[in-house]
Design a protein around this ligand. Structure first.
Ligand SMILES: Nc1ncnc2c1ncn2[C@@H]1O[C@H](COP(=O)(O)OP(=O)(O)OP(=O)(O)O)[C@@H](O)[C@H]1O
Ligand SMILES: [Mg+2]
Length: 371
């Protein structure tokens, strides 16, 4: 089932929570709405569910206008952050409840419950009440309750954010697998950009009720359309430097770059991802240098924050095994001129070619040199 959102606006008094958004979620797609707190994600989801009446605009399921239909009539299932299970009912009862309401035969109910419980690995917990379940188990039951209804569309509002980090990553993978198996159109809300990046076919990055970018996660990361997206997607965030252009040269703090041939417009800010900042010890006079402020040991890679005079703090991602100590003097350079350029209005004027060389034909030699 595809979901078409046409010119959706939702106002609460003077506040415009969703501002004239149009977007089509394809049948079977996993689309994620991501953005900072208060940007309108939940409101948009609640409009799709039917829990909120839009101020203007319309919502169509497979071409049928459902804007005035109740949540039940829409055949959607919603999963919430706080599970929203009935506390006095067992897991089993929580899952069957809505089905009986829909008048589904007992045999069919039993089949659906056992299949879904197996898929979610909660067969042994169905007799327990929510208070006897861990957070992860509760969320699995809540998910099960949605899935047994065979909804046309599943809507999830930060379903993993009450769980600890390890469980979140585990369930994230399970949700992806379930989506691959069932192929149900899914709209997922999170403010966690990493979740959005790992799970989605496409992401819509929202700010102030407006979609900033609707694209594949890779494009949002590699080709942000503006400074907001560039800063929001990626952790740690892209480093930004004020920059000036003089004839063929861009100067940003201690760095200088050739102006890219395809640049249109005048950049005032230059962005570099932490993984494109290279650090070496033994700073030389003619290169950018600074002092290590913080060293974060992550494992597969490490993050180093370097204080660069005249620029401020710069985040660099260094390979596992490259260690620095606080106070170390280091030299900085930018990998292969991998800079993003932004104009005065924050619009991206230039993004570097994809690092994998997918777009352009790089020789194997060049790739090895750079990576
Ligand atoms: N029922 C309501 N009455 C008044 N204002 C509301 C109501 N619901 C949401 N808002 C406002 O609309 C804006 C968008 O809220 P929404 O809940 O959609 O944000 P969100 O992106 O889901 O944020 P979060 O990540 O914190 O959940 C916020 O400024 C919020 O205060
Ligand atoms: Mg919300």
């Amino acid at each position: 089932m595809n979901v078409e959102i046409r010119n959706l606006t939702k106002q609460f008094g003077d506040l415009t929570a969703v501002d004239d958004i149009s977007l089509t979620i394809e049948a079977g797609e996993f689309l994620t709405l991501v953005g900072p707190s208060g940007c309108g994600k939940s409101t948009m989801l609640r409009c799709i569910t039917g829990l909120e009446i839009p101020t203007s605009g319309s919502i169509l399921f497979d071409g049928v206008d459902v804007t005035d239909k109740s949540p039940q009539e829409r055949r959607v299932a919603m999963v919430f952050q706080n599970y929203a299970l009935y506390p006095h009912m067992t897991g089993h009862r929580n899952m069957t409840f809505a089905l009986e309401d829909e008048g589904i035969a007992q045999e069919e109910i039993d089949t659906r419950i056992s299949e879904t419980a197996e898929m979610l690995g909660i067969e042994d917990h169905l007799d327990k009440k929510p208070e006897e379940l861990s957070g992860g188990q509760k969320q699995r039951v809540a998910l099960g309750r949605s899935l047994v209804r065979n909804p046309d569309v599943i809507l999830m509002d930060e379903p993993l954010s009450n769980l600890d980090a390890k469980l979140r990553i585990e369930l994230r993978a399970e949700l992806q697998k379930i989506h691959q198996d069932l192929g149900t159109t899914t709209v997922y809300v999170t403010h966690d950009q990493e979740e959005a990046m790992t799970m989605s076919d496409r992401i819509a990055v929202l700010n102030d009720g407006v979609i900033q970018q609707l694209s594949s996660p890779e494009d949002a990361y590699n080709r942000p359309v503006n400074r907001f997206v560039a800063e929001f997607i990626g952790s740690p965030s892209m480093n930004f430097f004020h920059c000036e252009q003089q004839s063929g040269t861009l100067t940003a703090g201690p760095f200088t770059f050739d102006v890219p041939g395809t640049l249109e417009g005048t950049p005032i800010e230059l962005g570099v991802r932490p993984e494109d900042i290279l650090l070496t010890s033994n700073p030389q006079q003619d290169r950018a240098h600074g002092t290590v402020n913080v060293f974060e040991h992550i494992g597969p890679y490490n993050i180093v924050y370097v204080n660069v005079s005249g620029v401020g703090e710069v985040a660099a991602q260094v390979p596992a095994g490259q260690y620095f100590e606080v106070g170390d003097e280091v030299a900085l350079s930018v990998r292969n001129n991998r800079v993003h350029l932004f104009g005065g209005d924050g619009i991206a004027l230039y993004n570097p070619p994809l690092p994998s060389g997918r777009e352009e034909t790089q020789s194997a030699q060049t790739r090895t040199d750079n990576y």
